[in-house]
Design a protein around this ligand. Structure first.
Ligand code: HEC
Ligand SMILES: [Cu+2]
Length: 409
């Protein structure tokens, strides 16, 4: 056991080489939790050493000696019993006071200026809504540094649990009530974090991950402004730029919406992503579409193809009235995300194409989630090959859709 202990403890250290450690000081929440842990470890260690020393000493002092007298038989010792009752009670007070204080602090509701984020767990991905900013996105969170953030947690189906180990959590997301979790990310280095589901929720529970980026207030404002826009595709013709053009396929813009086209908002720079947030999941055999086919993908053709495909029944692209689905993630700004499939894959043409070809081979999905779409692919759920009659798409059509979706920054 002593040999196994260092192995166990090595999983608990903080620092950059342990990117999923919870002993960090990136938020008030985690600082409180670390301090509580340290307090408990200190008192626990004092009690442990005291008790063990006493035990070993007593065993040694009163050990059996050859020819020794029969020990005295006693029953009860009021003074001793009082001591070992009162002393632990006093020690528990030292642990209880800071514990209860922290519980009170983080259960009594977020500060009034907190950024509100609605988190909805789905089998097996995360929907994030920023109601004040009018944003709906999936699997990637942007948080402004220094501002408390209040997560309102619910679920669409089964019980999930929301946790960003380096920032705070974990808390269950259930269907019939809204749970709350709040903390203040107050350090920007490091600034990209892993999050995950932590309540077993089915076949792809382990594939229900997400990312959180802590960014400056200005970058957050830029990101939020970009995300709040409708998708601008096809791009307005140059002569109509500046006004809501007839060429833009878009919902009637709300009165206060800025005129199109706006520049895409801030995006966490890909080259600054630390290695631990970049997915390394390989593409299963046979799903890679050759690069030259992908390079020939045409966004305009992809837009038209997408609008004729099954996709629109499940996915929403704001600004594309043909695509109002709400079963899958909102794809309005898919091109601005770094990951796909709930943090499982990198978001680039290769992975996106393979995902569209056969999402259920890329990631075990339920019967109601995204079906295989590649022509001739065997859908792992129905065990049937995908045909044109079922809406199957060939590699070129998929490459076109990929070009369209990646253009949605
Ligand atoms: C039956 C509903 C359904 C259909 C049809 C469907 N999808 Fe999906 N899609 C989903 C669900 C559900 C997910 C989330 C899966 C997960 O990550 O667990 C998803 C995920 C995705 C993602 C990843 C999004 C992200 O942020 O990770 C993309 C991209 C995508 N779908 C594109 C498409 C395209 C393109 C089509 C049409 C060819 C399509 N989908 C058809 C339900 C559907
Ligand atoms: Cu889950």
């Amino acid at each position: 056991m002593a040999a196994a202990l260092p192995l166990l403890l090595s999983a608990c250290l903080g620092g950059p080489q342990y990117p999923n450690s919870t002993f960090t000081d990136h938020t008030d929440f985690n600082r409180d939790a670390s301090e509580l842990w340290n307090t408990m470890m200190l008192w626990g260690a004092i009690v442990f050493v005291f008790v063990e020393v006493l035990l070993v000493y007593t065993m040694w002092k009163y050990r059996r000696r050859p020819g020794g007298p029969e020990p005295e038989h006693v029953h009860g010792n009021t003074r001793l019993e009082l001591t070992w009752t009162v002393l632990p009670a006093v020690i528990l007070v030292f642990i209880a006071v800071p514990t209860v204080r922290s519980i009170w602090r983080f259960q009594s509701g977020a500060p009034a200026n907190a950024l509100q984020i609605d988190v909805i767990g789905h089998q097996w991905w995360w929907e994030f809504r920023y109601p004040e900013q009018g944003i709906v996105t999936a699997n990637e969170l942007y948080l402004p540094v220094g501002r408390p953030v209040n997560f309102n947690l619910t679920s669409k189906d089964v019980i999930h649990s929301f946790w960003i180990p380096q920032l705070g959590g974990k808390r269950d997301a259930v269907t019939n009530r809204t749970n709350h979790l709040w903390f203040t990310p107050d350090s920007v280095t490091p600034n990209a974090f892993n999050g995950s589901c932590n309540e077993f929720c089915g076949a792809s529970h382990a594939n229900m991950r997400f990312r959180a980026y802590v960014v400056s207030e200005a970058d957050f404002a830029s990101w939020a402004a970009g995300q709040a826009q409708n998708a601008v595709f096809p791009p307005p013709a140059p002569d109509t730029a500046g006004g809501a053009s007839a060429a833009t396929v878009s919902n009637p813009a709300p009165a206060q919406a800025p005129a199109l086209p706006l520049a895409p908002g801030y995006m966490f720079p890909a080259e600054q992503l630390p290695a631990h947030v970049v997915p390394q999941t390989p593409i299963p055999d046979g799903l890679v579409i050759p690069d030259e086919v992908l390079a020939a993908g045409d966004p305009q053709r992809g837009f038209e193809q997408y609008n004729r495909s099954l996709c629109i029944g499940c996915h929403r692209i704001r600004g594309n009235p043909r695509s109002p689905g709400v079963i899958g993630p909102d794809l309005t700004h898919l091109g601005s995300r770094h990951t796909l499939g709930a943090g499982l894959f990198r978001n680039d043409a290769r992975h996106l194409a393979a995902w569209i070809k056969n999402a259920r081979r890329m990631k075990p999905l339920s019967s109601t989630s995204m079906p295989a779409v590649g022509l001739g692919e065997i859908d792992p759920f129905t065990k049937q090959p995908v045909t044109a009659a079922l809406g199957g798409l060939n590699d070129q059509q998929i490459a076109d859709i990929v070009a369209y979706l990646l253009a949605l920054k």
